[in-house]
Design a protein around this ligand. Structure first.
Ligand code: NDP
Ligand code: 2IT
Length: 444
């Protein structure tokens, strides 16, 4: 059996019930086959793949808190410290009822390669809880965050592990988490990123994932003799990534016609009005269906189905496995020319294979959404320097990083005879740096 197949079989056997983790490992290992086969003896001897698929550490803990009725609630909390070969663990915290250890392992595994691709000194990690922030009061969210940090603070630090936001974690949650870390440790340090601008946050971090997605999309289009201006774009989700992807796409002259949340999607043939979306989502924490109250010419459809809206470019920016084979076929039938993943693993393996086999350009999440974590690393740099850069300075660095990530993925794909296969390119380029650092540091 090949080394790759052997390791994948072990991952399935030793991590039962963790479907998303299996999926992420398989997708990465499959596209690394060429590299691994060429170095099989050396990698086997050093157990490179065994090390790569096993998190360095998983911290799992109880999170008790009191709700507004005086009832004690208990959630599960986790931090997966996946790989520290190239820097302190770095990656977001997700608060969503679906969170479990397998999902956080898939995210931590992906994060390791993504962070490597940024070119910045950050290892891979991910954490979170099955706590559902939806419908909770600010006080309840604060109580949860304080309890979560009361356990987590023992394992993190500015040079050790630096969490940030992800689904369900934005400026409000980071603020409560930071306050509790400071109170428990007495340290005012860059232990979290995505902080508010008054206490160490970086300009452009909020926008970074969405902006970065559009910068790399534009790069991919340009290299394939296409333009973003004038294109029709569909974006799933209406959270942090989706909103700022839409904003940057519009700035470049594209027309965003649909956005969604977990209840349904809105279609606005005149182009989504982002001030309306921001008012609903960022100010009122409301539902996307409220969009039609402000824009009666738009149409709201309950349930899934956003990928049936005709578009030139599809940007899945909500969650994992939200774009399946049928969705990919619908996109193709409607003439879609490019897909770039704002979310982590939003496209199923079958859908990815179909998209690539049908000549639709495809940029995988670990390259496409790396702008968020890259800007988090820039926030860490600013905290260490005890300085802040201007919005334009951070944005320019973000732009350069995304252009570089495209170049690395493009180059690795070409080096291994798969030009245009940015999935393989991103995985290979991310892998090369992490594995080089792991081997240089010996058995540890
Ligand atoms: P937000 O919480 O701000 O927004 C998430 C959006 O996705 C919401 O519209 C939400 O709808 C929707 N969504 C979440 N879960 C589901 C689900 N199970 N089914 C359908 N819709 C869902 O999160 P972000 O925008 O920060 O994150 C979106 C994606 O981008 C995630 O995959 C995340 O891992 C990834 N990412 C985020 C980065 C960041 O910097 N924030 C960086 C890189 C990647 P609803 O409100 O109804 O739940
Ligand atoms: O998936 C991701 O890259 C993030 N949620 C951002 C992580 C970070 O540390 O900024």
């Amino acid at each position: 059996m090949s080394y790759v197949d052997e390791i994948y079989a072990k991952v399935v056997e030793q991590n039962p019930g963790e479907a998303e983790f299996h999926q992420a490992v398989k997708e990465v290992l499959d596209s690394l086959r060429v590299v691994i086969d060429a170095n099989e003896e050396k990698y086997r001897k050093l157990a490179v793949l065994e090390n790569l698929v096993e998190p360095e550490r998983i911290i799992s803990f109880r999170v008790p808190w009191v709700d507004d009725k005086g009832q004690v609630q208990v959630n599960k909390g986790y931090r997966v410290q996946f790989n520290s070969a190239i820097g302190p663990y770095k990656g977001g915290l997700r608060l969503h009822p679906s969170v479990n250890q397998g999902i956080l392992k898939f995210l931590g595994f992906e994060q390791t390669f993504k962070n490597s691709l940024t070119g910045l000194p950050i290892g891979g990690g991910k954490g979170g809880s099955n706590f559902d922030p939806k419908g909770k009061s600010d006080r309840e969210v604060m109580a949860f965050c304080q309890s979560f940090m009361t356990e987590l603070y023992k394992y993190i630090g500015a040079d050790q592990d630096v969490p940030a936001g992800d689904i369900g974690v934005g400026a409000r949650e980071i603020g409560y988490l930071y306050g509790q870390y400071k109170r428990l440790t007495g340290l005012y340090e860059g232990v979290l990123t995505g902080k508010g601008l008054t206490y160490g946050g970086s300009l452009a971090r909020k926008e970074a994932t969405g902006f970065g997605l559009i910068y790399i999309l534009k790069e991919m289009l340009t290299h394939n003799n296409m333009e973003l201006a004038g294109k029709t774009v569909v974006i799933s989700g209406s959270g942090n990534v989706a909103t700022y992807a839409a904003q940057k796409a519009q700035q470049f002259g594209a027309k965003v016609v649909a956005m969604s949340d977990s209840n349904g999607y809105v279609y606005d043939p005149d182009g989504i009005k982002l001030d309306v979306v921001k008012e609903i989502k960022e100010v009122r924490r409301g539902r996307i269906k409220e969009y039609v109250d402000a824009v009666p010419t738009a149409k709201y459809t309950e349930g899934k189905g956003i990928w049936t809206v005709p578009c030139d470019i599809a940007l899945p920016c909500a969650t994992q496995n939200e774009l399946n084979l049928d969705d990919a076929k619908a996109l193709k039938a409607n003439g879609c020319q490019a897909v770039a993943e704002g979310a982590n693993m939003p496209t199923t393996r079958e859908a990815t294979d179909f998209i690539q086999a049908n000549g639709i350009l495809f940029m995988p999440g670990k390259a496409a959404n790396a702008g968020g974590v890259a800007t988090s690393a820039l926030e860490m740099s600013q905290n260490s320097l005890r300085m802040s850069w201007t919005f334009d300075e951070v944005d320019a660095k973000l732009h350069d990083i995304m252009v570089n990530i495209f170049a690395k993925a493009d180059d690795a794909a070409k080096r291994y005879g798969m030009p245009g296969n940015y999935v393989a390119g991103a995985n290979i380029a991310g892998f090369e740096k992490v594995v080089d650092a792991m081997m240089a540091q010996g058995v540890c």
